[in-house]
Design a protein around this ligand. Structure first.
Ligand code: HEC
Ligand code: HEC
Length: 215
């Protein structure tokens, strides 16, 4: 009963509160999210003009090096764009892109992309994918690699704001990120640096291929 009530209350608050009303309203729980409510239309327009060429019109990039952003957790997208900006995640393409975005742009785009439906992908290598599945579901005990599923969810949907969605992602992109964590190029997650650091090239390929077909 309680969660349903909270959901309805949140929906009502989101629908009813204008920015002004939210600012003058004393209730902290309802007023805070309403005050920073993302503008999905603005996010979609900005995305179409500046990001769609590489990430796909609906956030489902068709290019293996460019990640799919559709259905990704908005808070994760916000964090990554800020990490590109600050240089914690250096990338010659995305740093200038992120530098051109205001905090409001970032929020609007992130919530718009998160609201798009992800298109499924496919695993390609029958033999490797079995190794990938083993790693994803069970980790590698002798190397103390934890199961990816423990944080990214059994079907790769991720968990709330903290753990990104992985399922259906291009294998080339996933493998590249695991290598970036491994060699320290991507410095925005000590957790992932530690985990990726224990994987061999073959294990990286295998788990990336399995993730591409996860749904
Ligand atoms: C010229 C192509 C290009 C354009 C334009 C572009 N991106 Fe990217 N984007 C990339 C590539 C390549 C990566 C992978 C970067 C890396 O390896 O770290 C990426 C990564 C990202 C990521 C990280 C995703 C993840 O799963 O961690 C986000 C978020 C993102 N881009 C958002 C945007 C937004 C928002 C825009 C528009 C303002 C944009 N991109 C424009 C090519 C592009
Ligand atoms: C202890 C929790 C945890 C475990 C276990 C874990 N991850 Fe992660 N992973 C994270 C977090 C947190 C992030 C977000 C990092 C950031 O803030 O950029 C992440 C990010 C990633 C990314 C980057 C996604 C993107 O869109 O750029 C990939 C790829 C990834 N993990 C793969 C894996 C694989 C493969 C495994 C299993 C071998 C695994 N993870 C196990 C916590 C975990």
């Amino acid at each position: 009963m309680k969660p349903a009530f909270l959901l309805i209350a949140a929906a009502l608050a989101a629908a009813a509160f204008t920015t002004l009303a939210a600012e003058s309203a004393p209730q902290p729980a309802a007023a805070a999210p309403a005050a920073v409510k993302p503008d999905l239309n603005a996010g979609g327009t900005k995305f179409g003009a500046t990001c769609a060429a590489c990430h796909g019109a609906d956030g489902n990039s068709g290019v293996p090096a460019n990640p799919k952003l559709a259905q990704q957790h908005p808070e994760y997208i916000v964090k990554e764009l800020q990490d590109f900006k600050s240089g914690k995640r250096p990338n010659p393409i995305m740093q200038p892109m992120a530098a051109g975005l205001s905090d409001a742009d970032i929020r609007n785009i992130a919530f718009w992309a998160g609201s798009q439906k992800a298109k499924p992908g496919f695993a390609k290598d029958k033999e490797l994918v079995m190794l990938g599945e083993k790693i994803y579901r069970g980790g590698i005990m002798e190397k103390q690699v934890p199961a990816c599923a423990g944080c990214h969810g059994p079907n790769g949907a991720g968990i709330l704001a903290q753990y990104p969605r992985l399922s259906g992602q291009h294998a080339d992109y996933t493998a590249a990120q695991l290598l970036n964590f491994q060699n320290g190029t991507r410095k925005n997650s000590p957790q992932m640096a530690d985990i990726a650091g224990k994987l061999s090239d073959r294990e990286v390929k295998a788990v990336a291929d399995y993730i591409a077909g996860l749904r």
